[in-house]
Each structure stands twice: as structure tokens, then as C-alpha cells.
Design a protein around this ligand. Structure first.
Ligand code: BDR
Ligand code: CA
Length: 314
């Protein structure tokens, strides 16, 4: 099994990703670390605890940063995930509580405990990862891989024409994460905008795995309505869950290598600017920046089938 820490702002697609990871036998979830993004961090932490309770797993939760490192906070997108992060379903509060440690401390501790073995799956703004690197820069050499949902190389953005939500929520942190000497894999809008999850799949999951399935179905109705009102599509993008699909079967994706820098000001704020491997530019900003694996293509049918298969195997 592969040891992972999920850094998250649950969030409806985060919930899908987290249950997907809990269900996958190949993955050992060491903990959930939380941050602001879809909701304020205290709600994200409660939601993460709720997800562990619904799934009946004993996975610790550590709360993390509440604001961006160097810009003003953005408003929370309650029109996408609801004010509660779960599509306004009024779910009861969890009984478990979070660790005393911060998210960054938890990440450093676990990476040090299992050198070379821990993969960080980041589904939210990247402040906790940047903080962990600050606390202990050496972890960049001790982490197996960082797989993040965020950014876009060539697809339109979802917060501005060029910026994706997780990156624009803390561009400075994101630029540090792409620049650190660890293996980063970016699962961004280039692939997540190609795959729609619809109610027929959620209904089948609910029939076989009612605990998790009913919850996901109930949350997803608000999220699906947002996408259908806004884009006229039937279903929702399940952005964050694509990272788990990548971990379970990377052959679903077409990957390109390149250096990523993040625009930290101006109208391109939060843009992930992709310099493909082998291109040489007179502008020096990408010199010496490590190669990110950027997911550019995806077999959507295989990804959805993998999600369903794993979710119904109870
Ligand atoms: C990302 O932003 C959040 O709204 C989602 O949970 C996902 O992590 C998509 O842009
Ligand atoms: Ca998220």
C-alpha cells in the first residue's frame, strides 16, 4: 500500500476524493490536513472529521492555515459547495476532534517517520504544504510525490480566464510548491474539465454502499445544480477525486513534463504558467525550476469506472 496524507478543504469533490481514497485497498491514508478554500478552515476541519465518522475509519485530522500567505483572502464560494461545504444538507456536527498539532507539523512528522514513503495529495490552496516546507525544507527530499489538484496548463481557468481556484487562493504558496525539489504531479483543469460525474453513477454507488453513497448523493445535488445552471451540463466535475484515480492507475492520464511558475500579481494572478520540457526561452523565470508532471489527457470513461468500482466494493 501507498501512504498518503490528504490536504483538503471539504468541499463536495473533496468528499468524493476522500471516500475514494478510504475505499481503495492500495492506499493507506495517514491523515487528513485541512485548510480554508471552499469554506473557512474551522468548517473544513469539522467536515473532514465528519467524513472519517461516516466512513468509520480511524484517521486523524489536523487543522491548518486559515488565510493566504501574501494576498487578501477571497470570498468563500458558497454558491458552489454551499455555506457548509456539503451543499447545505444540514448534516450533524462530528463528535471526534482534531489533533493538537497543526497541519504543517503533522505533515513534517509523518514524512520524517516514513522517509521516502509518503505521498501528499493536495486538494486545496497550498498554504499547509508551503508551511511544512518552511518548517523543514529537507522534507522535499523525503516525500515520495506531491499530487495536487489545481492549476491549468492550457485549459481556461475557473476563477479567472487563466486561474484555477486552489492556486489563486494562495499563488505564493503554489509557486513554492512547484519550485521545491520534490516530484509534483499536477492534476488540473486540463483533465478535470473533461470528465463529468452524473447522478446515474452516484445512484449505483448509493445502492451498493449506502453510508458513503447516500452522503455523496445528497451533497452532490447542490453541486450538480451549480454546474447545470452555469454551464448547461448534466453532472459535475469531480476535480479532486481525479488525483486518487491518478494514484490508482496513472495510465488513465496522458502526461507532459514542464516547469511551472505561478503569477503572483496582476490580471494573471494565480495563473500556472507551463514551460514545456525542452523549450528554451530567453526569459529566465523558469530556469532551474523542477519538472512537474502535468496531466493533459484523460480517459474519462476509465476514470469514472474506476471510481465506481472502488466505491461499490464494500
Ligand atoms: C478545486 O477548487 C475547489 O472548489 C474544489 O474542491 C477543487 O479542489 C477546483 O478548482
Ligand atoms: Ca478541494
Amino acid at each position: 500500500t501507498r501512504k498518503i496524507i490528504i490536504d483538503t478543504d471539504p468541499g463536495i469533490d473533496d468528499a468524493m476524493a476522500i471516500f475514494f481514497a478510504f475505499q481503495a485497498k492500495e492506499l493507506d491514508v495517514l491523515g487528513l490536513t485541512t485548510t480554508y478554500g471552499n469554506v473557512p478552515v474551522d468548517i473544513a476541519t469539522k467536515n473532514a472529521l465528519t467524513l472519517t465518522e461516516i466512513a468509520g475509519v480511524d484517521v486523524p485530522v489536523a487543522g491548518g492555515v486559515s488565510v493566504p500567505s501574501a494576498i487578501e483572502p477571497r470570498p468563500f464560494p458558497d454558491f458552489v459547495h454551499g455555506a457548509d461545504g456539503f451543499g447545505n444538507i444540514d448534516y450533524p456536527a462530528p463528535t471526534k476532534t482534531a489533533l493538537d498539532q497543526t497541519a504543517a507539523e503533522f505533515i513534517v512528522e509523518q514524512v520524517r517517520k516514513y522517509p521516502g514513503e509518503v505521498t501528499i495529495v493536495a486538494l486545496a490552496p497550498l498554504g499547509n504544504l508551503a508551511k511544512a516546507l518552511e518548517l523543514d525544507p529537507e522534507i522535499a527530499n523525503l516525500v515520495d510525490e506531491v499530487v495536487l489538484m489545481g492549476g491549468t496548463a492550457v485549459e481556461y481557468g475557473n476563477v479567472s480566464p487563466v486561474a484555477e481556484a486552489n492556486i489563486i487562493n494562495d499563488p505564493h504558496a503554489a509557486d513554492k510548491v512547484f519550485g521545491a525539489p520534490w516530484q509534483v504531479t499536477m492534476v488540473g483543469l486540463d483533465v478535470t474539465h473533461q470528465v463529468l460525474l452524473d447522478n446515474t453513477i452516484l445512484e449505483r454507488i448509493k445502492a451498493q454502499n449506502p453510508e458513503q453513497g447516500n452522503f455523496l448523493y445528497d451533497c452532490a445535488q447542490f453541486y450538480i445544480k451549480f454546474y447545470s445552471d452555469r454551464f448547461g451540463v448534466e453532472g459535475c466535475y469531480f476535480h479532486d477525486a481525479s488525483t486518487i484515480a491518478y494514484l490508482l492507475d496513472p495510465s488513465i492520464f496522458g502526461i507532459e513534463l514542464g516547469a511551472i511558475r505561478v503569477a503572483c500579481e496582476g490580471i494573471a494572478l494565480g495563473q500556472t504558467i507551463f514551460a514545456p520540457q525542452g523549450m528554451e526561452y530567453p526569459e529566465p523565470h523558469w530556469d532551474g525550476v523542477p519538472m512537474t508532471q502535468v496531466c493533459m489527457e484523460v480517459d474519462g470513461e476509465r476514470m469514472l469506472k474506476l471510481f465506481e468500482d472502488v466505491m461499490v466494493a464494500v
